[in-house]
Design a protein around this ligand. Structure first.
Ligand code: ATP
Ligand code: MN
Length: 461
C-alpha cells in the first residue's frame, strides 16, 4: 500500500515518494505543467509539478486531464506557493485511466448539489461530498467508540419484521407473492399465509422493541443499522432508507436518558471537530458560515430543557408566523421545532412530556394521565434530531394503553412478557444518523449526506 496523499502532505521535503490519485486540475505553461492530485484522503490535494524540459512526453500529458487516474513518483520539494508545504516534482508518471474532457461530467467548475445527485456515482470526487463522506466515517466510528467506552453492547436487530408491532411510520411490504396472481382469502383480502414468512412481513422502522429485550438482560445496549420508512413526503430531512442509532438502558428513567443523549451528541461533535479539522473548516466557510464556532459552543453549553406544555405556551405567542398554528395537543412541525431551538432557546433543547395522543403506545404514562415521558432533542436548522422516551414498564398500564389504541395484545405477546418477567424502568432513544451528519456538516438536504439516497421516486444507483 502506498502512502495516501494526506500522509504525503505531512512529509519532509527531500523525501522520495509515489503519489496516486485522480487529477483535479491541470494548468500548463510553456515550461511547466501543474497537476493537482487528490485521493480522497484529505480535502487538500498534492501539487505535482512537471518540468517539461525534463519530462518530454506531450502525448502522455495530453491524455492526463481532470478526472484521470495516475501514479506519479518523484521528490517532495518545499513549495513556494502558500497553499501547501510540499509539492511533488515528478520523475515518472503512469496513467491508469483517462477521463476525456468532452465526456467527464466533473470538470473544474461549481456544480449544484442537485446536479451532483444525478451523478451520485461520481459526486464523491468533489470537495463537498468527499468531505461529507469523511465526516460520516468519523461519526460512524465515534458512535461505536462512545457506546463501547460506556459498556453498551452492540445488538443487531432484524431488518425484516413480521411482528406488526411497530407503528413509527409507514412501512414497506416484503413479499415474494406473485403480484400478477395474488392469493386471496374469501373476504377478498390478501392471503399472506401463502407468502414467504407465512404472514405479512415489512421492513423495520425501528429496532427498539427488539432492542428492549436485550436491554432487559444486558442492561445497556445499542443498535446502529438501516431503517426504512415509506415517508411519502419530499422534505430535506426525510429519507425512505436511513441509518438509526438506538440505545436502550435498563434501570434508567427519562432523566438518565436525557443525560446520555446530550453526552452522546457532544461526544460525536467533539470527535468530528478534532478528527476532521480541515473538512470542518471547509463546511464552516462554504456550507454553513461559522458552523465550527457554533458546534464548539454547543459542546460547552448545557442543553435547554422544556416541557411540551411550556413549549406550546412559547409557540402560541408566535402563532402568527407559522404555517400551522399550535395549540396544546398539536404535533409539533419542523417550523415549531426550529423556532423553539433557534429563537426561544438559541441552541439544542430537549422537549419532554408530550400529550399521549401524539406519541407511541410504549411511552411511560405520567401521573397526570395526559402526558407521557417522551423526549425529543431539537436543534437549530433541523428540528428533531433525536426522539426517545422512558418506556412503560407497568404491565397493566401498558395493556390499557394498547386497548385504547386498539392494538392486539396477541401481536405483542413477547413485548408484554418483558413486563411480566423482571420488568424494570428502562429508557432509550433513536438518533437519525443522517440528521446528525446534516447537523455537523451544515448540509441542507439529507440526500447529500448519504451515498445513494432512497426517497419518493428516487432509488437510482
Ligand atoms: P420526524 O418527526 O422528524 O419525521 P419521527 O418523530 O417520525 O421524526 P422517530 O420515530 O422519533 O422519528 O425516529 C427517531 C429519529 O430518527 C428521529 O429523531 C430522526 O432523527 C430520525 N428519522 C426519523 N424519520 C426519518 C427519516 N425518514 N429520514 C431520516 N431520519 C429519520
Ligand atoms: Mn420522533
Amino acid at each position: 500500500m502506498n502512502a495516501r496523499i494526506a500522509q504525503l502532505l505531512s512529509l519532509q521535503a527531500g523525501t522520495k515518494v509515489v503519489a496516486e490519485g485522480w487529477v483535479r486540475t491541470k494548468r500548463e505553461s510553456k515550461t511547466v505543467c501543474f497537476l493537482e492530485l487528490n485521493d480522497g484522503s484529505s480535502l487538500k490535494g498534492l501539487q505535482i509539478v512537471v518540468d517539461l524540459a525534463l519530462f518530454n512526453n506531450p502525448e502522455l500529458l495530453g491524455k492526463i486531464n481532470t478526472g484521470a487516474a495516475i501514479a506519479c513518483s518523484g521528490v517532495l520539494v518545499e513549495s513556494i506557493g502558500t497553499n501547501q508545504a510540499v509539492e511533488l516534482h515528478a520523475e515518472t508518471i503512469e496513467l491508469f485511466g483517462e477521463a476525456p474532457v468532452d465526456t467527464y461530467p466533473l470538470q473544474k467548475k461549481r456544480h449544484t448539489l442537485e446536479f451532483l445527485r444525478e451523478i451520485a456515482h461520481l459526486r464523491v470526487r468533489t470537495n463537498t461530498i468527499g468531505a461529507v463522506a469523511r465526516v460520516r466515517n468519523t461519526l460512524s466510528f465515534a458512535v461505536h467508540e462512545f457506546f463501547q467506552e460506556h459498556g453498551f453492547v452492540y445488538v443487531h436487530t432484524p431488518i425484516i419484521s413480521a411482528s406488526d408491532a411497530e407503528g413509527a411510520g409507514e412501512q414497506f411490504l416484503v413479499t415474494t407473492l406473485d403480484l400478477k396472481d395474488v392469493p386471496k382469502l374469501p373476504d377478498g383480502s390478501v392471503d399472506y399465509s401463502k407468502d414467504f414468512f407465512g404472514k405479512q412481513a415489512k421492513l423495520t422502522v425501528s429496532g427498539q422493541l427488539e432492542g428492549e429485550t436485550y436491554a432487559l438482560a444486558l442492561k445497556n445496549i445499542y443498535t446502529f443499522g438501516p431503517t426504512f420508512r415509506a415517508e411519502n413526503s419530499n422534505t430535506k430531512r426525510h429519507l425512505a432508507e436511513f441509518w438509526m442509532i438506538e440505545p436502550e438502558m435498563a434501570f434508567c428513567t427519562l432523566e438518565g436518558n436525557m443525560a446520555v443523549a446530550e453526552q452522546f451528541l457532544k461526544f460525536l461533535f467533539k470527535r468530528v471537530l478534532s478528527r476532521n479539522t480541515e473538512d470542518m473548516e471547509f463546511f464552516s466557510q462554504f456550507v454553513e458560515k461559522g458552523l465550527r464556532n457554533v458546534l464548539e459552543q454547543v459542546i460547552e453549553t448545557p442543553f435547554s430543557h422544556m416541557t411540551y406544555t411550556d413549549a406550546v405556551k412559547e409557540l402560541e405567542k408566535a402563532n402568527g408566523q407559522f404555517d400551522y398554528p399550535v395549540h396544546w395537543g398539536s404535533d409539533l412541525q419542523t417550523e415549531h421545532e426550529r423556532y423553539l431551538s433557534e429563537t426561544v432557546c438559541k441552541g439544542p433543547v430537549i422537549v419532554t412530556d408530550y400529550p399521549k395522543e401524539i406519541k407511541a403506545f410504549y411511552m411511560k404514562l405520567n401521573d397526570d394521565g395526559k402526558t407521557v415521558r417522551a423526549m425529543d432533542v431539537l436543534v437549530p436548522r433541523l428540528g428533531e434530531i433525536i426522539g426517545g422516551s422512558e418506556r412503560e414498564s407497568r404491565l397493566e398500564v401498558l395493556q390499557d394503553r394498547m386497548n385504547l389504541l386498539n392494538l392486539n395484545p396477541a401481536d405483542y405477546w413477547w413485548y408484554l412478557d418483558l413486563r411480566r418477567f423482571g420488568s424494570v424502568p428502562h429508557a432509550g432513544f433513536g438518533l437519525g444518523f443522517e440528521r446528525a451528519v446534516q447537523y455537523v456538516t451544515g448540509m441542507q438536504n439529507i440526500r447529500d449526506v448519504i451515498p445513494f439516497p432512497r426517497a419518493v421516486k428516487q432509488a437510482d444507483f
